[in-house]
Write a protein that binds this ligand. Structure first.
Ligand SMILES: CC(C)(COP(=O)(O)OP(=O)(O)OC[C@H]1O[C@@H](n2cnc3c(N)ncnc32)[C@H](O)[C@@H]1OP(=O)(O)O)[C@@H](O)C(=O)NCCC(=O)NCCS
Length: 176
């Protein structure tokens, strides 16, 4: 697990889009797949971390750790809160602790940055939610983002199943 290098950006983008495609409900509306594929773009203002296969060196999973509100990858956070986004492990590498390693790496970075962690997930990401709860994240319904807040303006390709659905918040802080 380490920071991704430019040669890995293409594969990380594809891996992340493919991982999101395994979810039971489409999460790639609103041009999100293109945004996800721009790994080089977000690597300028965030830390894109990659977990690699020890043998082949190929990417197994990735996550984006962000603290800079100007990056465009920090959403609905308060000062002193780091975020991670786009946690994804390729389907064939799941259930081996890769996701946990990536989340722990973000938490370690948050500790080093003297931040707590705020993330948002969805009701259709059960594996991620189990992972967060196992690692001591706290479910924070008070920090959920209601549909009315995130869905401002028209999103032409928004699947109807998303209407009225909030983003679900979790926070994590180190035990001091
Ligand atoms: C969420 C996601 C990243 C988890 O990745 P992962 O690498 O499978 O995560 P882990 O291996 O750490 O944990 C997954 C399961 O494997 C189990 N596990 C971990 N290491 C294991 C091992 N060595 N042996 C057996 N089981 C193991 C965990 O206990 C966990 O079980 P559970 O799901 O029944 O609770 C992955 O499912 C994914 O990419 N999902 C789609 C994208 C997504 O939802 N992203 C979240 C954005 S908020």
């Amino acid at each position: 697990m380490r920071r991704a290098v430019p040669d890995e950006h293409f594969l990380i983008g594809e891996l992340t889009v493919a991982s999101y495609r395994t979810l039971e409900v489409d999460h790639l509306w609103g041009g999100y797949a293109d945004e996800i594929r721009d790994v080089a773009g977000r690597a300028e203002t965030t830390q894109v971390l990659v977990a690699r296969d020890a043998g082949t060196g190929g990417p197994l999973g990735a996550v984006t750790y962000a603290t800079d509100p100007e990056s465009g990858w920090v959403e609905w956070a308060e000062p002193g809160e780091a975020q991670f986004r786009l946690l994804a492990v390729s389907e064939s590498a799941r259930g081996r602790g890769v996701g946990e390693t990536l989340v722990r790496a973000c938490c370690d970075r948050a500790v080093a940055d003297d931040c707590s962690v705020l993330i948002h997930t969805t009701q259709w990401m059960p594996a991620a939610r189990r992972l967060y709860e196992r690692l001591g994240f706290t479910r924070r319904s008070d920090r959920d983002v209601p549909y009315e807040e995130w869905a401002h303006g028209e999103i032409p390709d928004l699947p109807p199943v998303w209407v009225g659905v909030p983003f679900l918040a979790y926070t994590w802080s180190p035990r001091r």
